[in-house]
Design a protein around this ligand. Structure first.
Ligand SMILES: *[C@@H]1O[C@H](CO)[C@@H](O)[C@H](O)[C@H]1NC(C)=O
Ligand SMILES: *[C@@H]1O[C@H](CO)[C@@H](O)[C@H](O)[C@H]1NC(C)=O
Ligand SMILES: *[C@@H]1O[C@H](CO)[C@@H](O)[C@H](O)[C@H]1NC(C)=O
Ligand SMILES: *[C@@H]1O[C@H](CO)[C@@H](O)[C@H](O)[C@H]1NC(C)=O
Length: 336
C-alpha cells in the first residue's frame, strides 16, 4: 500500500511541473511564433509567394502539406522567432529560473579582451524553443526530418547572428582591456540571414520510395545529417506561384501591388513588377490616387498647432489580367 501511494505522488508532481513549464513559457512561444510570421511577411513582401496565411500552418497532418523551399523558410523563421523571444524575455527577467549567461565571465575571450557583462542566454532559449517547436513534428518520415532540420537551422541562425558588444576599461578610456558579451541582434538581422539561406536551400532527393521501414528511416536520417545544420533543406520543387490554387491556399499574383519608381528601391524591389506581373503573364496597371494629409504645421503662442491640408498624388502599380480596361479618369479606384 505504501509503495502505491509513493508512485502516485511522484506522477502527480511530474505532471504538475510539466503544466507549469507550459504556462510559464507559452505566451513567449506564441509571441515568438507571431514575430516569425511577421518577419516572413516582411522578407517576402515583394516575392510572388508572400507568406500567405495558409502556408503558415505548421500542422503535420494535412496531406497537402508541401515540402518546398518556402516550407523550409516558414519552419526556420518560426523556430527562430520562438527562440529569440524566449531568450530576450529571459534577459528581461521574465522567468525566475533564467538570467544572463555569465558562464564564461572572467575568462579570456581573445586578444585584449575578457568575457564580462550580461550575455543573452541563447542556450536557454534554444532548449525551450526546441521542446515546444519540435514537439509539433510527430511524424517519422522524410517530411518530419526536413522540418526538424529546418527548425534547427532557424535556431542556429539566432546563435550565428549574435553580436559581440564590448566596453573599454583603462585610464581615461585608453581601452587597455575590454570586457565583451554576446547580445541578440535585431530580429530583422535573423530574417535577412535566413532569407539568404532560403535562396541557397539544398534539395535532398529521397522522397520517392522512402517509406516508413526502419532501414529507410536510417537512410533518411543519414541524408539529412550530411547537410550542415545551418542550411535550409527541402524535398520538393516550388510551383511558380503565379496562379491561384485554392486547394493549396495560394492566392496567385493577380491584384498584387508592385514597385516601379521610388527613391531608394533595392534591385529586388525594382524588379518586382516584372517578377509579379510580367513573368506571370499579367499586365502592370498604374493607378493614381490623391491623399490628403496635414503639413506645414506651425506652432502658435500659446498653445496651438495649426496645419495646412496638403494634397499629394501617389502612383501605385498593380498586376492585372491582360486586356482589362484601365479605369477611366474620375472612376472610383481608391484603395486603402
Ligand atoms: C515575452 O515577450 C513578449 C513580447 O516580446 C510578450 O508578449 C510576452 O508576454 C513575454 N512573455 C512573458 C512571460 O513575459
Ligand atoms: C492545385 O494544386 C494541386 C496540387 O499540386 C493540383 O493537383 C491542382 O491541379 C492545382 N489546381 C489548380 C487550379 O491549378
Ligand atoms: C536608402 O537605403 C539605405 C540602405 O537601405 C539607407 O541606409 C538609407 O538611409 C536610405 N535612404 C533614404 C533616403 O531612405
Ligand atoms: C469607392 O469605392 C469604395 C469601396 O469600393 C466605396 O466605399 C466608396 O464609397 C466609393 N466612393 C465613391 C465616391 O464612389
Amino acid at each position: 500500500v505504501c509503495v502505491c501511494v509513493c508512485v502516485c505522488v511522484c506522477v502527480c508532481v511530474c505532471v504538475q511541473q510539466r503544466v507549469n513549464a507550459y504556462l510559464i513559457y507559452s505566451s513567449s512561444v506564441a509571441a515568438g511564433a507571431q514575430s516569425g510570421i511577421e518577419e516572413c511577411k516582411y522578407q517576402f513582401g515583394w516575392d510572388r509567394w508572400n507568406c500567405p496565411e495558409r502556408a503558415l500552418q505548421l500542422s503535420t497532418h494535412s496531406s497537402l502539406r508541401s515540402a518546398n523551399r518556402e516550407t523550409a523558410f516558414v519552419h526556420a523563421i518560426s523556430s527562430a522567432g520562438v527562440m529569440y523571444t524566449l531568450t530576450r524575455n529571459c534577459s528581461l527577467g521574465d522567468f525566475d529560473n533564467c538570467g544572463c549567461d555569465d558562464s564564461r565571465n572572467g575568462q579570456r575571450g581573445g586578444h585584449g579582451w575578457l568575457w564580462g557583462g550580461c550575455s543573452d542566454n541563447v542556450g536557454f532559449g534554444e532548449v525551450i524553443a526546441k521542446q515546444f517547436v519540435d514537439a509539433l513534428e510527430t511524424g517519422q518520415d522524410a517530411r518530419a526530418a526536413m522540418n526538424l532540420h529546418n527548425n534547427e537551422a532557424g535556431r542556429k541562425a539566432v546563435k550565428g547572428t549574435m553580436q559581440k558588444m564590448c566596453k573599454c576599461h583603462g585610464v581615461s578610456g585608453s581601452c587597455t582591456t575590454q570586457t565583451c558579451w554576446l547580445q541578440l541582434p535585431e530580429f530583422r538581422e535573423v530574417g535577412n540571414y535566413l532569407k539568404e539561406k532560403y535562396h541557397r536551400a539544398l534539395k535532398v532527393d529521397l522522397l520517392r520510395g522512402a517509406g516508413n521501414s526502419a532501414a529507410n528511416r536510417g537512410a533518411v536520417a543519414e541524408s539529412f545529417s550530411s547537410v550542415s545544420r545551418k542550411e535550409l533543406v527541402h524535398l520538393e520543387d516550388s510551383p511558380d506561384y503565379c496562379l491561384e490554387n485554392r486547394t493549396l491556399g495560394l492566392p496567385g499574383t493577380e491584384g498584387r501591388e508592385c514597385l516601379k519608381k521610388g527613391k531608394n528601391l533595392s534591385k529586388w524591389e525594382k524588379r518586382s513588377c516584372r517578377r509579379l506581373c510580367g513573368e506571370c503573364g499579367l499586365a502592370v496597371e498604374e493607378r493614381k490616387a490623391e491623399t490628403v494629409s496635414s503639413c506645414n504645421c506651425k506652432f502658435h503662442w500659446c498653445c496651438a498647432v495649426k496645419c495646412e491640408q496638403c494634397r499629394k498624388t501617389v502612383t501605385k502599380f498593380f498586376c492585372v489580367k491582360k486586356g482589362e480596361n484601365p479605369p477611366r479618369p474620375g472612376e472610383n479606384n481608391s484603395w486603402n
